[in-house]
Ligand binder design. Structure first.
Ligand code: BDR
Ligand code: CA
Length: 340
């Protein structure tokens, strides 16, 4: 049976690939796309989601969500709206697709989430590939949705490394309080942090092969992926990262990124790949996961207690991915986007 999935996103070049993968997969029933402030302001992420739906002739409803993080723009020590002006801009304002002629749904994304989850039999998966503002707001309005989400698959955080501040990953940095609200619930959570998404890079060569499949979706995914690689080259991220060699099977394997200037992660698409086939994630740790909201330089930092330092006194709150099978991930892109 197909998995019912709501995709909460902020497209975004990698969100766009996630949308395509979800739409074309035979294993996923993409119920709706909800949008949020993140890579761009919400009018732009919503327009981009609509452009994707129109491009795919998908008929998937798009619900516009929150335009601001829960609180962090009100805190002077945090630079307001910083996430919109990060160094690495691999997104652009608008996806290079025709302007949307279709409209978002009249209902707000947060109310859509509350209503749909409460009316459900607890069989809906939520894939979150953006700041967690909508989901946190929905939880504040109706805490019982926590018991209704079959599984929340989150792209966010990092056990090692960061990409939006010296300590935090973008989706959690852009709304730390929302991430904390979500982590503090007992929703069954799967977190795919940078440690895993950087293991599932697509190479330039694979971009060319993807484009050569010739379908509109494969060609567009190739364009988005190449844009991400080009962006990493421009910012020369190799100067900033660790030595990329690693030893599979050790915790260290999870903390060193794989990068050689000819490849890039498509972070958000890994959430959908995981929902299609969980074996795309090859190493896991079950841990108590928390988000720092009080420290300034560490705001939005994910803290996964992978060594169980409190000796079992804190409950395990999430499954955290440490590694991914890059070949399997790219094969899934090829298979699903190359078909029609
Ligand atoms: C995340 O940040 C965003 O820029 C991407 O779309 C992805 O969701 C990666 O850190
Ligand atoms: Ca995203």
């Amino acid at each position: 049976m197909k998995k019912k999935v709501i995709l909460d996103c902020d497209p975004g070049s990698d969100d766009a690939v996630a949308i395509m993968l979800a739409w074309f997969s035979d294993d996923i029933d993409l119920m709706a796309i909800t949008t949020v402030n993140g890579n761009r302001i919400v009018p732009k992420t919503t327009e981009n989601a609509l452009r994707m739906v129109q491009f795919l002739h998908a008929g998937v409803p798009v619900y516009r969500g929150c335009g601001d993080p829960i609180i962090c723009n009100e805190i002077p020590s945090r630079k307001p709206n910083l996430p919109r002006v990060t160094l690495n801009d691999c997104h652009g304002d608008f996806l290079p697709l025709p302007e949307a002629k279709i409209q978002p749904q009249p209902e707000h994304a947060v109310f859509y989430l509350v209503r749909t989850l409460m009316e459900s039999d607890g069989d809906i998966y939520v894939a979150a590939t953006a700041p967690l503002t909508n989901i946190a707001m929905a939880l504040r309005i109706e805490p019982r949705i926590a018991g209704k989400i079959k599984q929340l698959v989150i792209m966010g955080g990092a056990i090692c490394g960061a990409n939006a501040s010296p300590s935090a990953e973008f989706n959690f940095y852009a709304d730390p309080e929302a991430a904390k609200i979500v982590m503090d619930t007992d929703i069954p959570k799967v977190i795919l942090p940078l440690d895993a998404t950087w293991r599932a890079c697509i190479t330039e060569e694979q971009c060319q092969e993807l484009a050569a499949l010739g379908t509109p979706a494969a060609k567009f995914a190739a364009t988005m992926s190449q844009k991400r690689i080009d962006n990493l080259k421009v910012n020369d991220i190799s100067q900033h990262n660790f030595d990329l060699r690693h030893t599979p099977g050790t915790v260290a394997s999870a903390v060193l990124y794989r990068y050689d200037n000819t490849m890039a992660p498509i972070h958000d698409a890994l959430t959908i790949a995981y929902l299609i086939d969980p074996s795309v994630i090859t190493e896991w740790v079950d841990a108590n996961v928390d988000i720092e909201i009080m420290s300034g330089i560490c705001d939005g930092r994910m803290v996964a207690d992978i060594h169980n330092t409190k000796k079992g006194r804190d409950p395990v709150t999430a499954r955290v991915a440490l590694n991914a099978d890059a070949a399997k991930f790219t094969a899934m892109l090829f298979e699903n986007l190359g078909r029609k």
